[in-house]
Design a protein around this ligand. Structure first.
Ligand code: TYM
Length: 374
């Protein structure tokens, strides 16, 4: 029996930009409070059918940086108040680039810990590892039979990664698995940084193809992107995105960096010619990036900050930015260090059980729709 769903194309949320400001600075992690009562986790994960649904994922490749935090994680945390939220460590996606098995195992756990330490609350959000829920891969196969090869070969991230990892089919079909992640939960919205825009467009294209062939079933998911911090740039090359895979570790600030590390990296950040502080992404990409970072960690607007610091000089701006990032990330780092690996794996296992239950309902519908036994 198919469950009703909302018609596609509904405006579900105010523009993503409005989410900015909801979390001016990181909150203390609820997990720190949850730890005492972790035994309740299994019973606590529940889907609230009356709320709009949200899904997002993060790859456990390398370490999580403030680009991930500013573009995605802080919105994930904020959305827990109003949405039925599902967050996933997408370890199958990480396999599209070469991985050392032991390092991948560690990176999965570290990523899960960062999500929890940032404020993802397992009592309010479903959180799990993608590979433990095989329904993602099953839907990926089915959607793959509808996917346009032309569309897939135009994906910017695919073209960029070809140079790094060599060609493999997983890299090519990466967006199909991403669409499956989103659609297997039939969500309405996906909070991501703006590097995921093409993938979200591709997902909506697959929804249209599926729905027109088999009948309206999947909602068209909307992208939620913050107004500031949707594309945080490398500290070393401010015209390129801050990235987990950049070989230069000083190009990114990790969410778990200590105060000295954060200050050192910001002091050494590449800035622009001239001396005045203005927000001008084209002419002053380095300073504009620092202002974006400062804006997110203070809750002030970039215009206000540029005005306030216009005559401060680059060195002073860097100190102010370092102070704000250090203060903002301190609770996250503390919560991260306090987390116990065994507790975290229990949360992730309980999440996978619930995710299998929920996604199997979708898969039973999908199988029935396409002519396979449900
Ligand atoms: P990933 O792991 O590269 O990044 C996780 C999230 O962080 C955002 N992000 C950034 N935001 C601002 N500035 C940056 N420099 C920056 N770098 C990364 C990303 O936009 C993302 O929101 N394909 C996804 C993972 C994924 C997924 C999904 C996401 C798999 N399935 C389903 C949403 C829904 C990725 O590689 O994210």
């Amino acid at each position: 029996m198919l469950r009703p769903h909302r018609p596609s194309g509904v405006v579900l949320l105010c523009p993503g930009a409005s989410l900015i400001g909801l979390v001016p600075s990181p909150r203390p992690s609820p997990i720190a409070r949850v730890l005492g009562g972790i035994g309740d986790v299994e019973g606590a994960i529940r889907s609230d059918v009356t709320r709009k649904k949200v899904f997002s994922g993060i790859q456990p490749s390398g370490d999580i940086h403030i680009g991930n935090y500013m573009g995605a994680l802080r919105n994930w945390v904020a959305m827990q108040d109003d949405y039925d939220t599902v967050y996933c460590v997408v370890d199958l996606h990480a396999l599209t680039l070469p991985q050392v098995p032991a390092e991948l195992r560690d990176a999965r756990l570290r990523t899960a810990k960062i999500l929890l330490a940032s404020g993802i609350d397992p009592q309010r959000s479903l959180i799990y590892y993608q590979s433990e829920v095989p329904q993602h891969a099953e839907l990926c196969w089915i959607l793959g039979t509808l996917a346009s090869i032309g569309h897939l070969s135009r994906m910017t991230q695919y073209k960029e990664k070809l140079d790094k990892g060599g060609q493999n089919l997983g890299l090519f079909s990466y967006p199909v698995l991403m669409a499956a992640d989103i659609l297997v939960h039939r969500v309405h919205a996906v909070p991501v940084g703006n590097d995921q825009t093409q993938h979200l467009e591709f997902t909506r294209d697959l929804v249209d193809r599926f729905n027109s062939r088999y009948g309206e079933y999947f909602p068209r998911p909307r992208q939620i992107t913050p107004g500031v911090g949707a594309r945080v740039m490398s500290l070393k090359e401010p015209t390129s995105k801050m990235s987990k895979s950049d070989p230069d570790a000083s190009s990114r600030i990790l969410v778990t960096d200590d105060a000295d590390g954060i200050r050192r990296k910001i002091r050494r950040a590449v800035t622009d010619s001239g001396r005045r502080i203005v927000y001008d992404v084209a002419r002053k990409p380095g300073i504009s990036n620092l202002l974006d970072i400062l804006a997110v960690f203070t809750g002030d607007s970039v215009e206000e900050l540029a005005d306030r610091h216009s005559a401060s000089g680059y060195g002073k701006l860097k100190e102010v930015a370092a102070d704000a990032v250090i203060a903002g990330l301190a609770p996250v780092r503390r919560a991260y260090l306090d987390l116990d690996d065994v507790d975290v794996e229990r949360i992730m296992n309980a999440g996978a059980v619930e995710a299998r239950r929920r996604t199997e309902q979708t898969m039973a519908d999908v199988r029935e729709l396409i002519g396979l036994p449900g």
